[in-house]
Write a protein that binds this ligand. Structure first.
Ligand code: GLA
Length: 403
């Protein structure tokens, strides 16, 4: 029973997402999209740290850093310039990049990023203007898509400021079609903050869709988004993902413990892992979080199921579970209280019979020994010391039942 329990659950989720799409979308629209992002996209975006202070120098240096510091090899691929790279349109309606900040032009910058073994992304908005008042794409879908394809971009984040009167599904679909006409595979990141219930329709349109308003570099923001994004878990599947917004790890507003929890829970939710800190100047601690390959592997697991909260003990202790392709489960035991606490993970909490599990601690990088107190009760539960606002992140393998 234990070996089929979770895979069946996972299968139902995947089929559920597929069935919803089939009812609402023409069948051919899913296939190319599914190929573009079979696991959640990973990369870097300028917004959280740099706002409008973007330049080709920043992008080149960031690409250099990602290639040199292990991030590219850990799976971070997309280097995305958010708002403020664009200043106007020329007489033919073509978008113009800021000549002061991007004197070499976007094509040369894309070439540079590609030369580092990375992919390149930009930002636009479906309305008249972007959130920062730069030219939006309304009335310019085709020319913008053609321009991006000529520049050889791989990813476009499409925002929703100054677009209130538009039908989101219709306009994002039009934008998708304009991208398709170019023949270049470009990831479409839908950013309308969950206002138009994208989890119900965006799976056949883009590869990721924001589910909430903007993240802030604060623990309260992480906790709020975590719960809001959980509600849409069944909409995520290989090729299309809920996007609880970009990472704040390393930006200074939270403790290292909180950043570890933030990163762990984004991985549990199969969220896009888009870093938003200065990758050229990371502390060893920030690096150890963003480069935790065992946690990244949970995010990138090929089963593509978004983890869910299975238990809320009411005093700040939560248990989250994400089924993985090899039949094991990623488990996060989250301590939302401010104080360190002894928390118990019972195998029954995650649907396992007694004596069933072998456990890997994904932050200590150790197999959890059945010692001391754990030894006595290991057949029933695991005792975990979890710091305030901290998390224990585990990979739990079920053992073959004794015959
Ligand atoms: C919106 C988006 C952010 C960022 C800014 C840029 O707020 O949600 O992620 O792109 O616009 O202006």
């Amino acid at each position: 029973m234990r070996s089929i329990n979770m895979p069946l659950f996972a299968l139902v989720l995947v089929l559920d997402g597929g069935a919803g799409l089939a009812a609402n979308q023409p069948a051919p629209s899913r296939a190319p999209a599914a190929l573009l992002s079979p696991t959640p996209p990973m990369g870097f975006n300028t917004w959280n740290k740099f706002g409008c202070d973007v330049s080709e120098q920043l992008i080149r240096e960031t690409a250099d850093a990602m290639a040199a510091n292990g991030m590219r090899d850990a799976g971070y691929r997309y280097v995305v310039i958010d708002d403020c790279w664009q200043v106007s349109r020329d007489a033919s309606g073509r978008i113009v990049a800021d000549p002061q900040r991007f004197p070499g032009g976007m094509k040369a910058l894309a070439d540079y990023v590609h030369g580092k073994g990375l992919k390149f992304g930009l930002y636009t908005d479906l309305g008249t203007k972007t959130c920062e008042g730069r030219p939006g794409s309304l009335g310019h879908h085709d020319i913008d898509a053609r321009t991006y394809a000529e520049w050889e971009i791989d990813y476009i984040k499409v925002d929703w400021c100054n677009a209130d009167d538009l039908d989101a599904r219709e306009h994002y679909t039009m934008f998708r079609d304009a991208l398709r006409k170019t023949g270049r595979p470009i990831v479409l990141s839908i950013c309308e903050w969950g206002r138009n219930r994208p989890w119900e329709w965006a799976g056949g349109v883009g590869q990721l869709w924001r589910t909430t308003s903007d993240i802030r570099d604060r623990w309260e923001s992480v906790v709020w988004i975590l719960n809001a994004n959980e509600a849409h878990a069944s909409a995520a599947a290989p090729g299309h993902w809920n996007d609880p917004d970009m990472l704040e790890v390393g930006n200074g507003g939270m403790t290292a413990e909180e950043y570890r929890s933030h990163f762990s829970m984004w991985a549990m939710m199969a969220a896009p892992l888009i870093t938003g800190n200065d990758l050229r100047a990371m502390s060893a601690e920030t690096r150890s979080i963003l480069l935790n390959e065992e946690v990244i592997a949970v995010d990138q697991d090929s089963l593509g199921v978004q983890g869910r909260k299975v238990l809320d003990r009411g005093y700040g202790a939560q248990v989250w579970v994400k089924p993985l392709a090899d039949g094991s489960r990623a488990v996060a035991v989250l301590n939302l209280s401010e104080k360190e606490a002894d928390l118990y993970l019972r195998w029954s909490d995650i649907g396992l019979p007694p004596g069933a599990a072998s456990v890997r601690d994904l932050w200590a990088h150790l197999d959890v020994p059945a010692h001391a107190d754990n030894g006595k009760h290991f057949d029933e539960r695991l005792k975990l010391k979890v710091p305030g606002h901290g998390v224990a992140m585990l990979r739990v393998k079920t053992l073959t039942p004794p015959r």
